[in-house]
Design a protein around this ligand. Structure first.
Ligand SMILES: [Zn+2]
Length: 153
C-alpha cells in the first residue's frame, strides 16, 4: 500500500453480506487498472508526448493524437460531475441495493470515471461535491474503485 496518499485503503465495504452483483472482468487493456485498484492505487494512462491523462482502453490522446502512453498513479481526488439514481431493477442481483446511485466523477487529472458514491445518502449527493477514491475488495480477485465525500479546507 503506497504511503504518499492518506486516502489509500483497501476495504471491503460490503463485508456484512455476500457480494453477488456482477463483477467486471479485466481485459488486456484494463488489467493494470484493476491490478492497481487491488493495491489501493487509481491508475490512469498518461500521454507520453503531452502528459494528458486518459482512461484505460483509449488508444489515442485526444489532444495530440499520440498513441504512446504510460501508466501513472492518479491522486484519487475529484469532484462529482454528474449522477443519477437507479430505481429500475434491470438485473435481479441489484434488487437488494436498489435504489442506488451511479456517478460520473471528474478526476483531478481530467478524465471522468463512471463509478458509485458511497458513505453518502443518495439525497445528499450534489454535483461538484469533492470526492476521493475508496477501494472496495468485492472478491479475492477484484477490487472496485468507488468514491466518497471528501472533506476540504
Ligand atoms: Zn497527448
Amino acid at each position: 500500500m503506497p504511503e504518499e496518499h492518506g486516502w489509500t485503503e483497501v476495504a471491503t465495504l460490503v463485508s456484512d453480506r455476500d457480494y453477488d452483483l456482477p463483477i467486471p472482468v479485466a481485459d488486456e487493456a484494463s488489467e493494470p487498472f484493476y491490478a492497481g485498484a487491488k493495491e489501493g492505487r487509481l491508475m490512469l494512462l498518461r500521454c507520453s508526448q503531452c502528459g494528458r491523462y486518459r482512461l484505460p482502453g483509449r488508444g489515442r490522446c485526444v489532444d495530440c493524437w499520440s498513441e504512446q502512453s504510460e501508466w501513472a498513479q492518479a491522486s484519487g481526488r475529484g469532484k462529482l460531475y454528474s449522477f443519477g439514481i437507479m430505481h429500475q431493477k434491470y438485473h435481479p442481483a441489484f434488487a437488494e441495493v436498489t435504489p442506488y446511485n451511479y456517478a460520473l466523477v471528474e478526476l483531478e487529472e481530467g478524465p471522468r470515471l463512471i463509478t458509485n458514491i458511497v458513505d453518502c445518502p443518495n439525497e445528499e449527493l450534489r454535483t461538484d461535491m469533492p470526492v476521493e477514491a475508496v477501494f472496495d475488495a468485492v472478491s479475492e480477485e477484484t477490487t472496485l474503485i468507488r468514491f466518497r465525500p471528501r472533506a476540504t479546507g
